[in-house]
Every structure is written in structure tokens, then in C-alpha cells.
Write a protein that binds this ligand. Structure first.
Ligand SMILES: Cc1cc2nc3c(=O)[nH]c(=O)nc-3n(C[C@H](O)[C@H](O)[C@H](O)COP(=O)(O)O)c2cc1C
Length: 413
């Protein structure tokens, strides 16, 4: 009952290894059938969304297959996509009891590059929010203002940098709303994106990138998030079926030299997004970045690239000082409060989510807000269960991650 015909096909594909559930069965579909107030193919009520995976189910009811596939696609066999979701099981908590954890929900706040937010979760850059709701990214801006969380706006958002900036609130709990702006200096022809913003990029001409950075500065973005893990077109079979991947692009020359050029163009901090190894994390530190962003792009770029948990652990095992030298953000496959805690235990400061917010946006602004609230609540609840009285003091002793030693690169001393 859990899998529609469409998804039983998906499971069958994965059968070579082990059956893969698009999302764990937490009883939503059974509940909806039993309560008799839901018709297949329609969105369930927002009140019935209990966890972030529920939004995936709900989005499938609303979105066309083409648009859902664009959101959902992973690269190639989607092994990284699955690993992003599965890997959390390899790290166990080490709960300590008989500690007063009643105030842990007051300690969720984080400071990122000097800006305060009331929780360590943020919205990762992912464009085309309008598929879920015609107000598109405006829902992201408003919901993150109300929840006082960070929103990293995507370069190819449906709404322009200026429209997003104009929707910002001046009165969040922590003052004027803070947004970071993603830039993607892709030196390629973006076939699909060009329907929204027809621009042709060439290796010889970075003027569009400089212009985008200037626009971000002008409109008050507080940091540039620079996507480094898309040097080439991704192999995305699911999306390619509808030609909704950037199928006609070429490789781009993304180098540290380009970082230096960008740095000379802006006074904003530039956060490299897509750090996937300890060496690149260390190189970023040497280059003077203030923050790095661990990610495998939600498993959308390179299949068999590591999950954020594995990357964070690789850094922790080989160069733990990195977490003190720079602020570390992370995303990819985060779906529960406990996932956030595991990353934070290793030293990650804040954790982003991409698809869950795109799916939640099928309910508009209220859906996005509810998704943020669910995460905040789960983080506080699970922290209390683990025995964490103050999240600002979370450390590696709350987890046992030794199983990752088998999969993570550890330098031989
Ligand atoms: C539909 C979609 C489009 C995305 N586009 C971009 C992009 O243009 N630039 C980028 O840096 N990341 C992009 N991402 C990756 C997200 O920023 C983020 O790393 C990823 O979604 C996190 O994984 P999750 O979806 O499992 O939470 C995209 C993700 C999705 C789902």
C-alpha cells in the first residue's frame, strides 16, 4: 500500500542491492486511507504532515511527474541520493540520562558569520520553487523571517534577487532579515535555466557573474555562497527523461583562481559550497575563507560522492582543527532533527535542507514554515533524549561514529 505503482517500480530498480523506500513508512498513507478524508492524487491536509518525509509524499500528489522528477532526481543510479538518507544509521547516539535538559529548546540559536538565528537549520539554495506554489521563493523569504532562520537564495530562483530582497522583513527576532545569495559562475550554456533568464555564459566572459555579485551586494545579501561542485553537467537520468536537467552544458573552469577573482570583486564573505574532502576543506582555510559548506548537492551531481556525515567525519578524523578555523555548514539528505544533531556533534554549525522545503512549498508559505518548525522541535526533543542540556556545547562524545571508519578516508600517519 505504501508504494504507488510508480514507486514500486523505483523499489524494483533498487532491488539489486536492497529494497529502497522513497521514504520510511511512518503510517501516513494508512492513516489517510483509514480516516477516509483523503482521495489519492490530492494533497493531504497540512495538519497531517508530521515529519519532513510526509511532504515528499504530499508533493507527489500535487506536482506533475516532470516537476517532481526535477526536484527529486539524483545523479546516475542515485546511490549517493540513497546513501545521503541511509548513512545516518551508521552513527549511533550515546545517550546520557539524569541531566536536566528542560531548557535545551532555548539553546537552538546559532551565529553564522556574525548573524544570529534562532535555529541551526536553514533553507539551501534550490531553484524553481514556483512548481509547488506560484509565490515561489517569496514563501521561503517570509517563512524564514517568521522562524528567524537563514535562507540561502538560489541564483536561478524564479524570483529575481531584487524581488527576494524586497520581500525581506526588517523585524525578525534578531533584527533585519539576513539572506545569503548563491552564485553559480557556470561558464556554460544553461539550456534549461535559460527559459527563465535567457543568458549565455562563455569562458571568456564573467560579466554576468560580476553583475550578479554586485546585485547581491546592492540588495543587502550578507554572504555569497559559491557552488563549487558543479564543474560539469550532471548525469541525471530521472530528470533527463523530461529534459529537465542542464543537458546541453559543457564543463566549467571552476578553480581557486576564480575564487581569488571573486574575492577581489566583493567585500562579502564567499562560502564555497560543495566541499567534499578534508583536502579541499584545508585548502579553503589556507585561502582565507570564513566558512565552508559541506555538501554533495543532495546527490544530484556525482553519484558515489560522499554524504555530509561522511565528509564531516573525514574532516573530524583527519583535521579536526578545521571546525575551529572556519564555520562549517552542511546539507544533503537531512530529514530529521537527529540528523542535525549528528552533524553538529562533529562540529558543523548549521544544517541546510533542499528538497524538503521545495516539497513543503506545495502548501505555500505555511508549509515551509511548518517544515522549519518540525525541524526545530525534533532537534530540541532529540537533544533532550540524548542528554544535551545546552546545544551550544554539543560535542563528539554524544555519538559513536566508528562504523564510518570503514567508509571514510583516514590518512595514514
Ligand atoms: C531541485 C534542486 C535544485 C538545486 N539547484 C542547486 C543549485 O542551483 N545550486 C546549488 O548549489 N545547489 C542546488 N541544489 C542543491 C541544494 O542546494 C542542496 O545542496 C541539496 O538540495 C541538499 O540536499 P537535500 O535536497 O537532500 O536536502 C539543488 C537541489 C534541488 C533539490
Amino acid at each position: 500500500m505504501r508504494c504507488t505503482l510508480f514507486f514500486s517500480g523505483l523499489a524494483a530498480t533498487a532491488l539489486a542491492a536492497e529494497p529502497f523506500l522513497n521514504e520510511p513508512d511512518t503510517g501516513l498513507e494508512t492513516f489517510l486511507h483509514q480516516t477516509n478524508n483523503w482521495t489519492e492524487g490530492t494533497q493531504p491536509a497540512l495538519k497531517d504532515m508530521r515529519g519532513l518525509n510526509d511532504f515528499d509524499f504530499a508533493a507527489r500528489q500535487k506536482l506533475s511527474t516532470e516537476n517532481y522528477f526535477y526536484y527529486r532526481t539524483g545523479s546516475a543510479g542515485e546511490w549517493s541520493y540513497r546513501n545521503n538518507l541511509d548513512i545516518w544509521q551508521k552513527v549511533k547516539f550515546r545517550p546520557r540520562f539524569l541531566t536536566d535538559t528542560t531548557k535545551v529548546n532555548k539553546t537552538l540559536g546559532v551565529t553564522i558569520l556574525g548573524y544570529n538565528f534562532t535555529s541551526p537549520v536553514f533553507i539551501s539554495p534550490a531553484p524553481r520553487a514556483q512548481y509547488g506554489n506560484e509565490r515561489g521563493e517569496l514563501n521561503y523569504v517570509e517563512a524564514s523571517a517568521d522562524e528567524d532562520t537563514l535562507y540561502v537564495a538560489a541564483m536561478y530562483a524564479q524570483k529575481t534577487i531584487e524581488e527576494i530582497a524586497a520581500a525581506k522583513s526588517n523585524t525578525t527576532i534578531n533584527g533585519p532579515q539576513v539572506i545569503f545569495q548563491q552564485v553559480l559562475p557556470m561558464l556554460v550554456y544553461l539550456k534549461y535555466y535559460s527559459t527563465n533568464s535567457p543568458q549565455i555564459y562563455s569562458n571568456a566572459n564573467l560579466s554576468v557573474t560580476w553583475d550578479n555579485i554586485a546585485r547581491a551586494e546592492r540588495t543587502g545579501a550578507k554572504a555569497i555562497v559559491w557552488t563549487i561542485d558543479a564543474p560539469a553537467d550532471a548525469v541525471r537520468h530521472r530528470a533527463a527523461r523530461f529534459d529537465t536537467t542542464n543537458a546541453n552544458s559543457a564543463t566549467s573552469s571552476l578553480t581557486w583562481d576564480l575564487y581569488d577573482q571573486m574575492k577581489n570583486r566583493t567585500s562579502l564573505p564567499i562560502i564555497p559550497k560543495g566541499i567534499a574532502s578534508v583536502e579541499d576543506a584545508q585548502e579553503a582555510v589556507r585561502r582565507g575563507v570564513k566558512a565552508i559548506y559541506i555538501s554533495n548537492h543532495g546527490g544530484r551531481q556525482l553519484d558515489h560522492s560522499p554524504s555530509p556525515l561522511e565528509i564531516a567525519y573525514e574532516i573530524y578524523r583527519n583535521a579536526p582543527e578545521v571546525f575551529k578555523q572556519v564555520e562549517v555548514l552542511a546539507d544533503s539528505g537531512v530529514r530529521y532533527g537527529s540528523d542535525v544533531l549528528k552533524l553538529m556533534a562533529l562540529g558543523v554549525k548549521a544544517v541546510g535542507l533542499g528538497r524538503p522545503f521545495l516539497y513543503a512549498n506545495c502548501y505555500g508559505r505555511d508549509g515551509v514554515q511548518k517544515a522549519i518548525q518540525i525541524m526545530k522541535k525534533e532537534i530540541a526533543q532529540d537533544a533532550a533524549q540524548v542528554g544535551i542540556a545546552d546545544l551550544r556545547k554539543i560535542g563528539p562524545s554524544v555519538i559513536n561514529a566508528r562504523e564510518l571508519d570503514e567508509t571514510v578516508y583516514i590518512e595514514e600517519k
